[in-house]
Design a binder for this molecule. Structure first.
Ligand code: CA
Length: 236
């Protein structure tokens, strides 16, 4: 069997040992690096399928590791960090990380994030552009060709901006998208840095999509970071 290889970049030996045992028992091949430099040299020789990166490393900032990896690789990077600062998460995501986990995290959460990130990268490699397939989660369906969103088969009327926001999140379903990533995609690179307009649109979207907008089941808020849309069930 061709196992997926995970490069675990973590300087705390106990966390490293525990995480690699957990990953191995779930069928992944694991290599560990305890410094940024070791990680970068291993990365080019190992060609891992996924990176699990601790932001607080002894020799360099994890943010720099992300930037270096992104100069040559699109491989998924999941940031694992004790930092609870929302700003750090946003920075890591905008630097090219795919997702983040805050320590301490549960095994099932870690496994779910890894599966989601791998699915996205496999889809990209195989050229399965999600725009060709409808998105489906619970009662919600999006037909990207016809630009139609239905709930329980009934069309939902969204403005063009609202549609763009939902379609963008759906194309990256399961992953958190930062406010600025959504803003850039919808309003372009010169969008205002204030995300009020996005929050106003999201409130309207939720009123149209969610039975109870205060307890959304389709689009979740990651406070201070961005939005995460429920994983496309067609790919589960
Ligand atoms: Ca650390």
């Amino acid at each position: 069997m061709n196992k997926f290889t995970i490069l675990l970049i973590e300087d705390e030996k106990s966390i490293c040992d525990f995480t690699s045992r957990t990953l191995s028992s779930h069928g992944y091949r694991v290599r560990c690096a305890s410094t940024g430099r070791e990680a970068l040299s291993l990365a080019s020789s190992l060609c891992p399928d996924i990176f699990l990166l601790d932001l607080g490393l002894p020799d360099m900032d994890g943010m720099e590791v992300i930037q270096q990896i992104r100069t040559w690789s699109n491989c998924p990077i999941i940031v694992v960090s004790a930092r609870t600062q929302e700003n750090d998460k946003v920075q890591a995501l905008d630097a090219g990380a795919d997702d983040y986990l805050t320590k301490p995290f549960g095994t099932s959460e870690l496994m779910a994030r890894i599966r989601t990130s791998l699915r996205h990268s496999v889809r990209l490699i195989n050229g399965h552009n999600s725009t060709q397939h409808p998105y489906r989660a619970k009662n919600l369906e999006i037909n990207f060709f016809k630009r139609i969103i239905t709930i329980e088969g009934q069309p939902v009327h969204l403005t063009p901006i609202e549609y763009k926001i939902v379609a963008f999140l759906a194309q990256h379903s399961g992953k958190v998208m930062t406010y600025s990533a959504v803003m850039n995609n919808v309003w372009g690179p010169y969008a205002e840095s204030d995300n009020k307009i996005l929050r106003v649109n999201m409130a309207n979207i939720r009123r149209k999509l969610e039975k109870n907008p205060a307890e959304p089941v389709y689009i979740f808020t990651e406070v201070g970071v961005g939005y995460r849309m429920a994983e496309d069930e067609n790919t589960l």
